[in-house]
Each structure stands twice: as structure tokens, then as C-alpha cells.
Design a protein around this ligand. Structure first.
Ligand code: CA
Length: 744
């Protein structure tokens, strides 16, 4: 083999003869396969620099403890696996390092799989300094995983995983055969970069086990990893097996929790959860038996319910494997939560989850909030929890008895810059381990962790005059983040759809009132990677085609695996009535808005919906937008609804959508015969509703259907004139916060 290699690559070797001693340089998959087939202990197979397109690699080899076989790269940071590339690893005593997967996605279920097939697994194998960056299937809800661990004694360390935006766990430990249990895997010093909100179950960053094998031991160690804004779903980590350890990990502004979903005897020790006041950031969620939560730190975590800073769940009596086992023998000791909003005890208590925690203790913790009153919410009987020597910053919650004291807790900055108690109730100092992950000591040292996304309004201003297609032409040449400024009060017309595939703003220059007309079925088409802001412009539908189904803004008709933002401020929408079902905003299935915000705007004579966010109708807890904000708007003569927001199904993996509706005026809404909802505003399965200080005249009613969890519902100070009362229905009884509406 080496003889052949010399013949083929003699010239290359002459140029870079270091490689003769450093390994077997291969430049295509055939050469790689030959090298692997002939590999003996101590060999090093080196991928040549450059782009490897559609490289489907099987690295099956058998090294020894003293002489492992290594798959590496010519130069770290210069070998890219793209297109439909993926890697299977099988055998023993192997090392894989330096690979970068980008610009594509795996055609299989796993980008890097620690198996060849169900019988041929990897053992004593190390994956180190590898990168998987935005290597996501374009079909948002097509499922795959980036790394799947099988076998035993494997290690994943100093890898960089960023931007998984389709469904499926980023890093998964499988226990599906005997050979993969009691595995002693070690997952350490990895950088888990930003993962966007999936708006669905299946967005976990790390999962160990499944409910099916959850009562077997995994014995996996997860240590000193940095989780940076891992927001896929509310389980950042889903622990689903026994005897795993999570220690010294840092969770930076992650929307979700480390969840002990299934399995027992987990140790959660010395982790830091830094929320910094960001919405819905969470900490640790305890379910099942013999869970130990010690020495952890939380700061500025705002999450509520299952996303609390610390959550002890209620269980299901005689629970099946896939539901909720009762919390028993939990030990929560020496944790410090500073300025964290919610500690949730007996969370999820309902008719099914009726088994409160038993034989558990909460000792020597600090739950100190500098501003808020009590941080505890108690949903059921806490007599099975023994509280001892805990400090809280406000009056102790009486339901917790004498073990929770109100105390002024002096704080100081520790060496990480975290605000920690000067001392714990025990009198000891609170210290985080030197092994705590920081961004700099995780991931591949040669691969940048800088954010790549370019936000709205971060670019240059492009001023355009009125006229035909000036808007279109400017959008075409604009760079991401640019602002297209309409400089005149005249008419801007376009006869082509403006594709928005980057962050773009269109706004009126100061003091002018431009009007935009369009001749195609839609004016703006938000494509994958696009975000849009509109400011100070009048959009007139007069020139739109005389057919049904027009819109001013629509999403791609195809799957978008990147979330978008849409902001509309101080705009007017008129004459959207050339034909029926003319919407302002139209979305399609498999698209997801992080934020859709409309402020200070007017809508008049619209035959369709202002926004119908109702295209995910499979009732699996999926929906089209996380935050929907309507403030200071006026809606007049809208044929269908001003807003339809739909989330069907009883899945509890997400907490949206969130709706804020404030100071809006609705008149003559919903009377078109094609408005099958019978509503002016339809909210189905919306989990947080705040609708306040608004008026409805001569309109169909607000209809609300509550589907899952404990939705937060506030309808306050709504004036209804010639409009039926608010309808609230639900699949089971709910606690509605408040409904005050006056019928005039
Ligand atoms: Ca989940």
C-alpha cells in the first residue's frame, strides 16, 4: 500500500515531505478506503487540504491502546467535508481529529456515527477537534443527529457544534444494544454553539438514552462543556438513562434546562447557568429517583414553569416509561441561585401527575433575588421535601416551613465575574470549580466562535428615489444588514417579487411619506436566512393582480430551516381588496418567525387576514411564530381575522407562542363569508396571551382555545362594542388569570 502511495503521490511528497513521517496523505475517497483497509496500529491517515465533496467515509480499523490508528487532516482548519458527506467510525482505539463539516447535510441519520452497522460499533475511540457548522438538512422537520455515540469508552472532546437548525438531537448517546450500555463515554470541553429555536420537540442539544432504555445505566460523563445559546427546545440536555454525571458545564443564555427526563441516579454538580435576564432561560429540572443536584450556580434565569431555575416535578403514580416517574430521594444541596425568578416545586401537578416528590431534601441553598419577592411556586404537597438551612432574599414562603429563611445575602463577584453569595448558610464560601467550562477552553482552538449572523440595521444606508423597480434594484444589490431608505414622498412601483434572503430594512427617509405599489402576487418574499423590517411606508394594493391569495409579505413556500424576524412599524396598508383573501402577511408550513412585531400601523380594507400564522396543523405542538407583538395599531374592515395564531397538540416541549396585544383598535373585523374561523382574533393553543387596553367594534369575537400546560392568559380592559364576548374553551379546565372586558 505504501509503495502504491509513493508512486501516486511521489511528486506531492517531494513538495511536502513532512508527510512521509506524519502519515499517509490521501486526496480522495478511494485512496482513503485503501489506506483504511491497510491500516495497522500506529498508522495515521491524513486527509489532504481542500473541499471533500459528498465524501461518505467509513473509518473501520483496529488499533491498540498503545498504538491507536488516527484519521487526521493535513492542516487543521483547511479540510472541509461538504455536500452529502458523513463519517462512520467502527473498530477500536481510533482517533479522529480536525474534520470540518459545512455547506451541506448528511443523507443518513447521523453526520458522525460511532458505528458501521448495528453490530459493528466503535470502542475506545476519540473524536477530537472536529467541527460541524450549520450542516443542517434544509427540510426543517426532517430529522437527523450530528454525532451519535455507540459502543463503549468513547470520548468526544474539544469539538465545535454550531447552528443545527433542523429537527434532531445535536449529540446523542444511544443505548439501544447491550454493547452500548454502561458505556463510560466522556463528553468534555466541547463548544455547543448557538442552536436556534426549533419551535418543536426534537431540538435537544444533548440526549443520553431514550425512555425505552431509561432504566439501564449509561455511566456517561459530561464535563466542562460550554453551551452557548442552545435554544432548540426546552430540553438543552435530555437525560434519559441512569448513572450519568454532568459537571462543570456552563450554560450561557440558553432557553431551556438540563432535564433529568428519565432514569435515576444522576449527578448534576458544579454547573453554571447564566441567564443574564434573557427571557425563558432556565436551570435544572428534576424528575425520577435518586437525583443529586449540588454546587450549581444560576444567575439571572427568568424561565417559568418547566424552565425554572430549579424545577422539581410531580410524577405519575405507576408511571409508564415514557411519562413522569415520581421524584424520590432527591438531594439538592449547596446550590446558589442569584436573581433567578422562579423555583418550581411539584411542577406539572395535574390529574395525571399527582405524585409529589418524596423523601427528598433541599439543604444549604441560596435562592436570593435582589428585586423580586418570593421566587417559589408550590403546585402541590411539599411535605415530602425536607427543607434545611436555605436562604431566600424575601419573606420565606410559609408553605416551605422553617427550612427557608429570609436573609440579606451579601454578594460578591467571583473569579469568573459571577455574582455569588459571600457565604452559604453553612458558613462555607460558594466556589465554582476551576474546571468550569469557559468559552476559551472549549471547542477546537483553531475554529472561530464569533457570531456569523448579520442582524437587521447593521449595514449601510442605500437611498433610493421614487419610480419603477427602484425598490427591487436596491434590494438586489443590498448587503446583509443594509437599510434601503425611500427618499421621496412619491410612488414606488415594482413588477417583480422582492426576495429577502438576508436581513433587510426598508424605511422612509425622515419627513417623507412614500407609497409602494406592486404588481405581483406578493411584494416581499422572505426566503431562508432573510429577515425584514418596514418603517414609515404606505403599502397600497391597488395594482396587485386581480386574483385571490395576494399578500404584501410572505415567507418562502418551501421549508425554511433558519428562523426569521419581521418588524413593521409606522406603516399603512390600504386597498388590499382587489380580490378575495388578500393577506398582509402570509406564512407557509415549515417556516418559523422568532418575532413578528407590528407597531404604530394602520390596516384598512383588507379582504384576507392581517396575519394568519396557522399553517402547522399536524397538532404535534409545532407552530409558526414564537413572539407575536401587536401594539398601537388600528385595524378597519378586515375580511378575515386580524390575527390567527395556531399551535395544536398536547406536546410540552415548547412554551410559545407568546402573544402581546396592546392598545389596538379593531373595527368591522371578520365578516367576510370566507372567514371560516368566525373570529376577529383566533388564538388556538397559544401558551401566553396578554391582550390589554384595546377595543373591538362591529367585529366577530375573540376566540381562544387552550390546549396544553398552564397557559398564561390575560384579557384586560378590552372594550367590546357590537361585538360578542370573548370565547374561551379548552380541552380540560384551566386557570385563566383574568378576563375583564366591557360590552358597551
Ligand atoms: Ca424534547
Amino acid at each position: 500500500m505504501k509503495y502504491l502511495y509513493f508512486l501516486t503521490f511521489g511528486f506531492a511528497l517531494f513538495l511536502s515531505c513532512n508527510h512521509t513521517t506524519n502519515g499517509i496523505l490521501v486526496s480522495d475517497v478511494d485512496a482513503f478506503n485503501t489506506a483504511v483497509a491497510n491500516a495497522t496500529p500506529g498508522d495515521k491517515i491524513v486527509l489532504k487540504n481542500g473541499i471533500w465533496q459528498d465524501a461518505e467515509l467509513l473509518f473501520e480499523a483496529y488499533g491498540t491502546a498503545d498504538n491507536p490508528i488516527t484519521l487526521t487532516v493535513e492542516t487543521k482548519g483547511k479540510v472541509f467535508l461538504e455536500g452529502g458527506s458523513h463519517l462512520n467510525i467502527a473498530g477500536e482505539h481510533l482517533i479522529v481529529e480536525g474534520l470540518i463539516f459545512r455547506n451541506g447535510y448528511t443523507p443518513t441519520n447521523e453526520v458522525i456515527s460511532f458505528k458501521k452497522d448495528s453490530k459493528t460499533l466503535a470502542y475506545n475511540t476519540r473524536l477530537t477537534e472536529c467541527v460541524i457548522d450549520n450542516y443542517s438538512n434544509p427540510e426543517r422537520h426532517e430529522q437527523d443527529s450530528w454525532v451519535a455515540l455507540y459502543g463503549k469508552n468513547n470520548r468526544v472532546d474539544h469539538c465545535h457544534f454550531e447552528g443545527k437548525s433542523n429537527r434532531g438531537v445535536t449529540l446523542i448517546v444511544r443505548l439501544n444494544t447491550e454493547e452500548s450500555r454502561e458505556n463510560n463515554h466522556r463528553i468534555d470541553h466541547n463548544y455547543f454553539g448557538p442552536r436556534p429555536n426549533l419551535g418543536s420537540n426534537g431540538g435537544e442539544t444533548l440526549r443520553i438514552g431514550t425512555s425505552h432504555f431509561s432504566l439501564t445505566n449509561s455511566n456517561t460523563l459530561v464535563e466542562s462543556n460550554y453551551f452557548d445559546r442552545c435554544n432548540g427546545e426546552h430540553e438543552i440536555i435530555s437525560n434519559k438513562s441512569c448513572q450519568n454525571t454532568y459537571r462543570y458545564n456552563t450554560f450561557f443564555e440558553c432557553i431551556g434546562t438540563l432535564t433529568m427526563r428519565h432514569g435515576n441516579e444522576t449527578l448534576v454538580d458544579g454547573n453554571a447557568f447564566i441567564g443574564n435576564g434573557k427571557a425563558s432561560t432556565g436551570g435544572i429540572r428534576v424528575i425520577n429517583g435518586q437525583q443529586t443536584v449540588v454546587n450549581n450556580y444560576g444567575y439571572g434565569l427568568t424561565g417559568y414553569r418547566f424552565r425554572g431555575a430549579l424545577v422539581l416535578m410531580n410524577g405519575v403514580p405507576n408511571s409508564p416509561l415514557n411519562r413522569y416517574f415520581q421524584v424520590e430521594d432527591a438531594v439538592v444541596d449547596n446550590n446558589a441561585f442569584v436573581d433567578c425568578d422562579h423555583v418550581q416545586l411539584c411542577a406539572g401537578a395535574d390529574a395525571e401527575r399527582s405524585a409529589a416528590p418524596i423523601n427528598s431534601s433541599i439543604t444549604n441553598n441560596v435562592f436570593y433575588h435582589q428585586k423580586k419577592g418570593t421566587v417559589f411556586t408550590v403546585y402541590d404537597d411539599v411535605s415530602g421535601i425536607d427543607f434545611n438551612q436555605n436562604w431566600t432574599g424575601s419573606k420565606a414562603n410559609h408553605k416551605l416551613g422553617a427550612g427557608v429563611y429570609s436573609a440579606a445575602v451579601p454578594l460578591k463577584k467571583d473569579k469568573n465575574g459571577f455574582l455569588v453569595p459571600v457565604k452559604m448558610p453553612s458558613g462555607e464560601a460558594f466556589t465554582l470549580s476551576d474546571k468550569l467550562a469557559i468559552k476559551e477552553n472549549t471547542g477546537a482552538p483553531w475554529y472561530s466562535k464569533e457570531d456569523k449572523g448579520i442582524p437587521l440595521n447593521s449595514g449601510k444606508i442605500i437611498r433610493i428615489d421614487a419610480g419603477q423597480n427602484t425598490l427591487f434594484d436596491a434590494a438586489k444589490t443590498a448587503a446583509p444588514g443594509d437599510i434601503v431608505e425611500l427618499a421621496e414622498s412619491g410612488n414606488y412601483s415594482t413588477n417583480k417579487i422582492i426576495e429577502v434572503s438576508k436581513a433587510l430594512t426598508f424605511r422612509a427617509a425622515k419627513g417623507v411619506s412614500p407609497k409602494v405599489f406592486f404588481e405581483k402576487k406578493s411584494l416581499f418574499d422572505i426566503q431562508n436566512g432573510g429577515s425584514l423590517m418596514l418603517e414609515g411606508i404606505t403599502f397600497d394594493g391597488e395594482d396587485a393582480p386581480d386574483g385571490s391569495g395576494n399578500s404584501v409579505v410572505r415567507t418562502s413556500k418551501y421549508s425554511m430551516n433558519k428562523n426569521y424576524k419581521l418588524f413593521i412599524d409606522n406603516c399603512n396598508f390600504v386597498n388590499l381588496d382587489v380580490n378575495h383573501s388578500f393577506d398582509v402577511v402570509r406564512v407557509f408550513k415549515n417556516t418559523f418567525a422568532d418575532t413578528l412585531q407590528i407597531t404604530n400601523s394602520t390596516f384598512k380594507d383588507v379582504t384576507g387576514h392581517v396575519a394568519a400564522l396557522d399553517k402547522e396543523i399536524d397538532d404535534t405542538g409545532i407552530y409558526n411564530a414564537e413572539y407575536v407583538i401587536l401594539k398601537n395599531n388600528s385595524f378597519t374592515n378586515i375580511g378575515k381575522t386580524a390575527l390567527t395564531l395556531y399551535r395544536g397538540g398536547s406536546d410540552e416541549s415548547t412554551f410559545g407562542p407568546f402573544l402581546e396585544l396592546e392598545n389596538c383598535r379593531f373595527e368591522n373585523i371578520g365578516h367576510d363569508k370566507r372567514n371560516t374561523t368566525g373570529a376577529s382574533v383566533l388564538l388556538h393553543g397559544v401558551q401566553s396571551i396578554e391582550a390589554t387596553n384595546s377595543s373591538f367594534a362591529a367585529s366577530k369575537p375573540i376566540k381562544t382555545h387552550l390546549v396544553v400546560g398552564e397557559p398564561v392568559v390575560l384579557f384586560d380592559n378590552l372594550n367590546l362594542y357590537k361585538t360578542p364576548p370573548i370565547q374561551v374553551t379548552g380541552d380540560q379546565p384551566y386557570n385563566i388569570g383574568k378576563i375583564t372586558s366591557k360590552r358597551l
